[in-house]
Write a protein that binds this ligand. Structure first.
Ligand SMILES: Cc1cc2nc3c(=O)[nH]c(=O)nc-3n(C[C@H](O)[C@H](O)[C@H](O)COP(=O)(O)OP(=O)(O)OC[C@H]3O[C@@H](n4cnc5c(N)ncnc54)[C@H](O)[C@@H]3O)c2cc1C
Length: 131
């Protein structure tokens, strides 16, 4: 689960779907719909363009605007951050979810709940949050 590919076209080739890495980097979801959408975008870009280079550029711009900028960069950042976290902290957070009101809880409340049961993890939480 990586970032969207750096290059999505070359003369005569438009890269779509999984090959373009159009999967949510955080959840791994959306692969089927993203493959369909990017395939449609590739076909439209070819129809709209005068030559291969232009088709590639139109396609690349559309894919980056649709997938990369608003959504996947944030997901990729979160995935990278979560990979720094120990299994123990993830388990502590899941345990702590039992003690908060899921309808209204705040991140601080969750941190407090973890701290009350596993104070030894506070240093890792501070590092994760950049405190
Ligand atoms: C176990 C699993 C579960 C998943 N569950 C979900 C889910 O619930 N929801 C969701 O949205 N996504 C899910 N995905 C992801 C989703 O399947 C992919 O994101 C999606 O299929 C990507 O479509 P694609 O067309 O890019 O690639 P693919 O579906 O992989 O299609 C590529 C095709 O190219 C063919 N091919 C490869 N090499 C060559 C070659 N040299 N010559 C000719 N043909 C070739 C392959 O055989 C394949 O048929 C799941 C994936 C897996 C592995």
């Amino acid at each position: 689960m990586s970032k969207v590919r750096k290059r999505l076209h070359m003369p005569g080739l438009l890269v779509v779907g999984d090959a373009a890495r159009l999967i949510d980097p955080l959840t791994g979801g959306g692969g089927i719909s993203n493959a369909c959408i990017s395939g449609k975008m590739a076909a439209e870009s070819i129809l709209l363009s005068r030559d291969r280079q232009e088709a590639g550029q139109i396609y690349e711009d559309r894919v980056r605007e649709r997938f990369e900028v608003p959504h996947m960069r944030g997901g990729w950042f979160m995935k990278e951050k979560l990979m720094e976290v120990s299994d123990e902290l993830i388990e502590a957070v899941v345990d702590a979810l039992h003690s908060v009101d899921l309808g209204t809880f705040s991140p601080q409340e969750l941190i407090n709940a973890v701290a009350s049961t596993r104070p030894s993890l506070m240093e890792e939480i501070r590092r994760f949050a950049g405190l």
